[in-house]
Design a protein around this ligand. Structure first.
Ligand code: ADP
Ligand code: MG
Length: 292
């Protein structure tokens, strides 16, 4: 077995363990009963339209409030961009949503019923929140196609072997994803040889193979050429509606291109929210960006 296949196997095994833990927690009754509910796909309750609702979240580091009573709501199917000067709390917000950081106060709802502040990182990923970091974590020695195949087979919701032959539906799904991320003509190319932008798209494709209900992306076009940035904008526009996305990005041309609604964070809370043109002309926003 190659190291990459072993890595993918380890991911799948860990997922199986998590499933076991979640199932056991479900049997013990009380609050944990909800744990067994969240591991079943397709059960997210979005009856009131919001897929994510942050309620009065505070995170302190040695007394410094990186998030200060932050409240924020994202609709199902929405593409939301989060902007704000360095240190505004954007990454900390992502860390709270994914369970990497526990807030000192406040709650974070995924759908109507799941309080993310009570779940582990693995349980949150399992519940359907995918996160893309800046540095792509792809399998460099495998082809683009195989990367998507490995991502699909590491899917936390499906118990299957890495060596099982792909069904024609699975092949079709991979082909459709390659098309969406514009890598159809590079399907057999070793991932390590792809351009920076193509690697970023491949990682987005790997996340999509696991069909997350909410996708978080931190600076997805950082380091991309203008051409790659434009293609990424097209990709994101095609994802909106079908997927819910929260995108942290500094490139305002890109932000204006993909999002109808932009949230400006400053000092750990929402400073302004609305269409990019509106928030860009907001005096408070101009002040924090220009330091006047
Ligand atoms: P952004 O992503 O908007 O630039 P961050 O969320 O990374 O902002 O950081 C918000 C503030 O919290 C910054 O002042 C940062 O220095 C501080 N901070 C973030 N993580 C930690 C940490 N682990 N320990 C101490 N301070 C931190
Ligand atoms: Mg950051």
């Amino acid at each position: 077995m190659t190291p990459d296949l072993m890595r993918a196997g380890a991911v799948a095994r860990r997922a199986a363990e998590e499933r076991q833990i979640a199932a056991t927690a479900g049997r013990s009754g009380g609050r944990e009963t909800s744990y067994s509910r969240i591991v079943r796909p397709g059960e997210l309750d979005i009856t009131h339209g919001a897929i994510l609702y942050l309620d009065d979240i505070t995170v302190s580091f040695d007394g410094f409030k990186a998030l200060n009573a932050l409240s924020l709501s994202i609709s199902a199917g929405e593409m939301r961009c989060i902007i704000g000067p360095n240190g505004a709390g954007k990454t900390t917000m992502m860390d709270v949503i994914t369970g990497k950081t526990r807030p000192d106060a406040g709650r974070a709802f995924f759908g109507q019923t799941i309080d993310l502040t009570r779940l582990s990182e693995a349980q949150i990923a399992h519940a359907g929140i995918g996160r893309k970091f800046q540095k792509p974590t792809i399998f460099e020695h495998h082809s683009a196609f195989e990367n998507l195949e490995l991502a699909m087979k590491a899917d936390k919701r499906v118990r299957r072997t890495l060596f099982a032959k792909l069904s024609s539906e699975e092949r079709d799904r991979i082909a459709a994803t390659l098309e969406m991320i514009r890598l159809s003509s590079s399907a057999d190319r070793q991932a390590g040889l792809l351009s920076h932008g193509q690697k970023q798209w491949l990682e987005i494709g790997m996340l999509l193979m696991q069909e997350p209900k909410l996708l978080l992306l931190d600076e997805p076009v950082a380091g991309m050429s203008d051409e790659e940035t434009e293609r990424t904008a097209e990709l994101f526009v095609s994802l909106a509606g079908k997927h819910s996305l929260v995108v942290v990005e500094h490139d305002m041309a890109f932000v204006g291109r993909i999002a109808r609604k932009v949230t400006v964070l400053h000092e750990g809370r929402v400073l302004a929210e609305g269409p990019l043109e509106t928030v860009q002309n907001d005096e408070r926003v101009i002040e924090v960006y220009l330091g006047r």
